[in-house]
Design a protein around this ligand. Structure first.
Ligand code: PLP
Length: 393
């Protein structure tokens, strides 16, 4: 049987691939350190667990409205008012089965065959695949390392065409941790308004910003930009709720209505119990969010210099998220590998450290390390990487 052309063209997620290999080695009894994870290593805070249990006890286990329960939409609206000073109505919000599914649904409703979406590199692995699944065409613009991996308007001007439908901004970024400043966002915003291009603003790492860095949403800069932007966010990273699968989109009501229609024929609704858990996440104490952020910040500041000292590694200091994205080209060359991809394979085989090759993010000279794991483990990983590089050069 032939599978559809759509899925035949899919690239498997680079993150999941390396995690699977690391798990297989672990199952064989090897002492593997996996730094591929894209999820906080903390438990979901207790009051959220309690809310989910109560929802089950109260029988809140049935279908909900396709776009999510009203109390959760209202708490999301309050969050936007509190954090970004943006006002939304409930018909401008859809709750989805994770931010990933919010993005998937969004691309399905805004793209026609051949429409282009500008994706800055390095990008989160699912953007190009989701755009392609919706019949769209990814157009890559290189976020250069010397620009802290951020794209400029001049670069965007070169990439734009009459088919450009949207541009994706992911700030703070996975995999680089870079954050766009209000000034940079103003410029990108003016470019998008000029060409009437939708802005897909993925703000899932909003709460994880370090050393005094601040997150700004492009939608908060003006009413026009709010109209031009679809914000994507969720509780996965902020509240350590990756498995609960609650994310959302906020933007123009005609887009949200189309997304809700599509959701009604695909998921029906995000899991009812998870929605009540997410409601507690936003309504309850935000202290756990601050504690997790502080732990990430401490780890970043402990490991950053050590990583940068590994021969052949150079790393732009991330300002947010929980990844380091060093350039390892020189390390690969020094150790006799043809590519950073091969270096990553060699490292896993010999030192049992699993990193994610940057090629999966459109940046083949880099590797991604997640520090969503205990400090001892990250330090041991850095020690092993250093040993690997020094032994081979
Ligand atoms: N956007 C980015 C940049 C991510 O890194 C992730 C998760 O890794 C997501 C979206 C998806 O998050 P969720 O777990 O809510 O689907």
């Amino acid at each position: 049987m032939n599978l559809s052309k759509r899925v035949a063209a899919l690239t498997p997620s680079a993150t999941l691939e390396i995690t699977a290999k690391a798990k297989a080695l672990k199952a064989e009894g090897h002492d593997v350190i996996a730094l591929g994870a894209g999820e906080p290593d903390f438990n979901t805070p207790l009051h959220i667990l309690e809310a989910a249990k109560n929802a089950m006890d109260e029988g809140l286990t049935k279908y909900t409205p396709a776009g999510g329960i009203l109390p959760l939409k209202e708490s999301i609206i309050s969050k936007f008012e509190h954090d970004q000073n943006i006002s939304y109505n409930s018909d401008e919000i859809i709750v989805c089965t994770g931010a990933k599914h919010a993005l998937y649904t969004l691309f399905q409703v805004i793209l026609d065959e051949g429409d282009e979406v500008i994706i800055p590199t390095p990008y989160w692995v699912s953007y190009p695949e989701q755009v392609k699944l919706a019949g769209g065409h990814p157009v890559y613009v290189e976020g250069k390392e010397e620009q802290a991996f951020k794209v400029t308007v001049d670069q965007l001007e070169e990439a734009v065409s009459s088919k450009t439908k949207a541009v994706i901004i992911n700030s703070p970024s996975n995999p680089t941790g870079s954050i766009y400043t209000p000034d940079e966002l103003e410029q990108i915003g003016a470019f998008c308004l000029k060409h009437d291009i939708l802005i897909v603003s993925d703000e899932i790492y909003e709460k994880l910003v370090y050393d005094g860095a601040k997150h700004t949403s492009i939608a908060q800069l003006s009413d026009k930009l709010k109209q031009q932007t679809i914000i994507i966010n969720g509780v996965s990273k902020s509240h350590s709720m990756t498995g609960w699968r609650i994310g959302y989109a906020a933007g123009r009501k005609e887009i949200i209505k189309a997304m809700t229609n599509l959701a009604s024929h695909s998921t029906s609704n995000p899991t009812s119990i998870s929605q009540y858990a997410a409601l507690a996440a936003y309504e309850g104490s935000q202290e756990p969010v601050a504690e997790m952020k502080q732990a990430f910040e401490e780890r970043l500041n402990t490991v950053y210099d050590k990583l940068n000292r590994i021969p052949g590694f150079t790393c732009v200091k991330p300002e947010g998220a929980f990844y380091l994205f060093p350039n390892a080209k020189e390390a690969a060359e020094k150790t006799g590998f043809n590519s950073v991809d091969d270096f990553v394979k060699g490292l896993l085989e010999e030192e049992k450290v699993a990193l994610v090759p940057g090629s999966g993010f459109g940046s083949p000279e880099n590797v991604r390390l997640s520090y969503a794991t205990s400090l001892d483990v990250i330090l041991e990983a850095i020690h092993r990487i250093e040993r690997f590089v020094k032994a081979k050069q």
